[in-house]
Design a protein around this ligand. Structure first.
Ligand code: ADP
Length: 310
């Protein structure tokens, strides 16, 4: 039985490395080209599975050659259940076109295609067939209506709900009462509350606003190389990141969310779970590629032993 359900996107990422980001109307020659399977739903699903927990993905792909590329890693991963990934006729699989410059900055355009067809009926189907989920992990690369519906339905079944609000949009406040743990990065946190986030105090203030709006257990804000801040109704804890030699931080947030979901599902308290998620995410930055970099359970346990959990 898959304890974690992930509802989200499946993409193919097309990446061109460029000496600098071109200006409008300009064409420049790139210095390298890569194609990677991606999408936050797929990344987080593989992240959970690599940590040794069965993960059921609810998503959609197009009926095209891109679908095979997008599903490549998901299909070869033990612990991934793809029974609820369906094909949409006449629509392309989601794609992201990414330009990365020599300093690592990027610009990205996403054409969600089939991702936008993930629907309420997909949520109903998985809930009808699989009983006993322990957690739902959902992001914002699929229709908002589906996200809100999934959160409500899983909450009604007493399943722990985790919303990773990425990419951020302003959400209707009514959604928060169905969210147990909200996991923005600092930019996303700013968009959710309509404030600039420049300091730790800003993070705490914004998180408290979201708890007031209804988030049930915790707002966990990720701060890249500065770790993560957990704000609950009675605690504020800043957990620094593990020190690693990061070579590619793409997908660090996805690794973090996968680690957090697994740890909470296994019964860890929120602070220990965020420590575990920090370790998973730090390790993911030491390898190239969002999915390729997602660590396996043994590597995470070794890493934690070497670095300690404090
Ligand atoms: P996103 O990828 O969603 O923007 P962040 O950049 O905040 O998310 O990173 C998510 C998590 O990944 C952080 O909370 C931290 O645990 C880990 N992380 C990111 N960058 C580094 C780094 N340079 N060194 C160690 N850990 C990192």
């Amino acid at each position: 039985m898959p304890p974690i359900c992930i509802i989200g996107s499946i993409h193919v990422d097309f990446i061109i490395r460029v000496p600098r980001i071109p200006s409008i109307g300009e064409t420049i020659l790139g210095e390298g080209f890569e194609i990677h399977p991606g999408g936050k739903g797929a990344n987080q699903c593989i992240g959970v599975a690599r940590l040794g927990v069965r993960a059921s993905l609810v998503s959609r792909v197009g009926n095209d050659f891109l679908a095979d590329m997008a599903l490549k890693n998901l299909k070869t991963e033990d612990n991934v259940v793809l029974d609820y990934v369906s094909t949409v006729e006449g629509v392309h699989t989601g794609v992201a076109f990414i330009l990365v410059d020599s300093s690592g900055d990027n610009i990205i355009a996403v054409a969600p295609g089939a991702d936008m067809y993930v629907s309420r009926s997909d949520v109903d189907k998985v809930l009808k067939s699989i009983h006993g989920f322990k957690a739902l992990l959902v992001q914002l690369e699929i229709p908002l209506d589906t996200v809100a519906y999934a959160l409500e339905k899983f909450h009604e079944k007493d399943v722990l709900t985790i919303l990773n609000p990425a990419p951020a949009v302003v959400l209707h406040e009514s959604i928060y009462k169905y969210v147990d743990v909200l996991t923005p990065n600092s930019t996303e946190l700013g968009i959710l509350v309509g404030l600039d986030i420049g300091s730790l105090d800003d993070v705490i203030h914004a998180s408290r606003k979201l708890l007031k709006a209804g988030v049930r257990i915790a707002v966990v804000t990720t701060l890249g190389a500065n770790g993560a801040v957990v704000v609950t109704r009675n605690r504020v804890v800043h957990l620094p990141a593990f020190k690693v030699k990061a070579i590619d931080t793409t997908g660090a947030g996805d690794a973090f969310n996968a680690g957090l979901a697994v740890a909470l599902t296994e019964g860890m308290g929120i602070i220990d779970a965020v420590l575990f998620a920090n370790a998973v995410a730090a390790l993911s930055t030491t390898k190239m590629g969002a999915q390729e970099g997602l660590p396996r359970r043994d590597d995470v346990e070794d890493f934690i032993k070497r670095h300690g959990l404090s």
